[in-house]
Design a protein around this ligand. Sequence first.
Ligand SMILES: Nc1ncnc2c1ncn2[C@@H]1O[C@H](COP(=O)(O)OP(=O)(O)OP(=O)(O)O)[C@@H](O)[C@H]1O
Length: 740
Amino acid sequence: MALCTSQLQFANAALASCASLSRTASFSSPMLVARLRVLGPLRSLWSLSNSLVDPVAAAERLSSSAAYTSSSDQPSTMSAPWPGAGTSQDGRNTQARYGGDSGSSRGGRGGGRGRRGGGTRTIEQERSYHGGRPQMQNPGRGYQENFEQEGNGYGRNGAGVERGGNGFGRGGRGGGRNGRGSGMVEERGNGRAVGGGSGERKRGPPGGSMSAAAVQQHQRRAPPVSRRPPAQSQLIDETLSESEGEEDRPAVDAERSTTGGSGGNPAFITETRFDSFNLSPPTIKALHEDLGYEKMTVVQEATLPACLDGKDVLAKAKTGTGKTLGFLIPAIERILARGGRRSSNPDIEVLVISPTRELAQQIEAEAKALLKYHPLRSEIIFGGSNINSDRRRLESQPAEILICTPGRLQDHLDNTPSVPQRLKGLKVLILDEADNLLNMGFRPAIEKILRYLPGQRQTLLFSATIPPQVHTVSKLALKPNHAFIDTVGEETEQTNIQVKQSYAVIPLADQIGATFHILRQHIREERNFKVLVFLTTARATQLYAQLFQGIGFPALEIHSRKSQAARTRTSEEFRKGSRVVLFTSDVSARGVDYPDVSMVLQVGLPTDKAQYIHRLGRTARAGKEGEGILMLAPYEKYFLKQVADLPLEQYGPVPIEADIRQEVQRGMSRLEEKTLVQAYVAWLGFYNTFCKNLGWSKADLVQQANFYATECLGMSEPPALLRRTVGMMGLKGVPGLRIE
Ligand SMILES: Nc1ncnc2c1ncn2[C@@H]1O[C@H](COP(=O)(O)OP(=O)(O)OP(=O)(O)O)[C@@H](O)[C@H]1O
């Protein structure tokens, strides 16, 4: 057992990432242990390679591996209740993603209308809850890092942490809105008069969750943790009710109202009608009657002729302008062109590849809507879901259209013989977010997939950003005589004109407070606020989300460290919700079509200009209006040069009022140590990749990271890292690092 927890988790990560090597659909524990021995040497290889590739591929590898791990559907993060946000949050947590032994708990459900609060479990309870699974092995053992990577994240090695069992519990779903439903969960969850149940998290013993030294230090520093539930902040109550009560108040800037629908950019829709093209009646019927679209958007009008002609197309169009239908419509028509009846075991005639799971799900929903009156089917496969159930679905109900993420498709190409077989009849290949899929991170997967596909096919590549180098690599997939259709042009603005863009330069130590201020300002101005806050890493996202939840903000959380089930739920919740803030990593940066997002706030350095544009593109979609704010630390100001051609104006003053400071401090004191440690390590990993751009030496990097730990996270000293982690980050011998 001494081998178990920490080693097992790390090695499990290696296994998971090596899923494509092991090609094993499921492991029993003894098998796993045996494999670990064999794969031991692979660990460092994995870590190293993971640090050297683009995050997207790694995210995919990791996500496709989740089905192999025992904890991918572990219950996860606590959620705070709030009044007025029309959605509920499922407090689920994925602890120790690779390894199973988490001390996390699942709370019971409270009553009411889906508001859920935190509860508390003790470790003992948690053990019995999980049937006595071994937990808390290796107390005091240092955490183990692997390089964390997000959907579209930073170029290389943002570091993250996966660690041994941790001894805290949470969960519990709380009470209902307006005091209905009690939310009594576990021993301490309780219902709240307004805003539903809430519960308490308590700091667990330090076993396995952080380095012993760090835990000791942190405990010395940490303020005593209140056993009271995190009371809804009066400040937030007031802010929310201010905007809630102002039904009749005109939007602050009616011109820029984000929810008006028909307002916005008239240039989005053309005068060209779908029925003026020779599309099949079932497609027209679905467009008119189900989707409610009669006229084409600019990109649809520009690309449909070439796509319907069977040409290969590389298309560039601004975010939120209907590219999805732009490629789905001609692809479906292409299947119909072959004539004949539907076979019981059809080929996969259209293959759509998406870089993220959320986007794949969204494309599939749109495909299903378009197929409503067609005798054709679509199917989806993506990482993080059960690969065996994929296989069953693919074999029992084969579909003509397959939508997938690259990692999972690779798995099936290797392990599900019917998939490569059925791909032999492929007619149309679509790469959505093509520049991302052809980027270094995904390219090996895409190259491999291409080897399985027939040369005689049509290929469609779509994105809002096509950097010059994409023209070179696109040759991997496109025929030389392909059409490049650019509906944006290099000379014109690359972002939607109806989005107001600004930037604020805020010292690192003030950024949480500044985020609070900006959110509060927006909530006051925008009655139906719906905000996306992008953070640089999954762990920073987790920290912000938990902090804002803890002080009663209507906050949701999504990133690659969450189980796929939680990601899907959160995504749906945000899609349907209003008066809500989603803290997110770059898993939401591209393609995701959340309706009526009123503001996008980017905190910290975007990886590049394209990433800035894609994140910003989550608002002001389908011709609507929106606002985007970029918050940079003073040392990140250089990034403004990269977006100098975009109309960013300086955001007004960002005073961090005393009440905000107090709230932030309160929220901070309620965070678990491991959240702080993980955020620190991720920060170090992320900025490690940008040292050159920032003009930092490694010593500068460490100094800044340590400042982040002490001045922003409130730790008494920076946490200690494992020697191996330091080596993996290339920081050996750098002064200022604490090593276990
Ligand atoms: N012809 C149309 N008329 C009106 N709305 C449309 C039309 N076509 C698509 N839309 C809507 O526009 C929104 C944005 O579409 P979509 O998600 O395809 O954008 P996109 O260009 O792929 O964006 P991104 O670059 O962010 O991926 C969706 O809600 C979609 O349903």
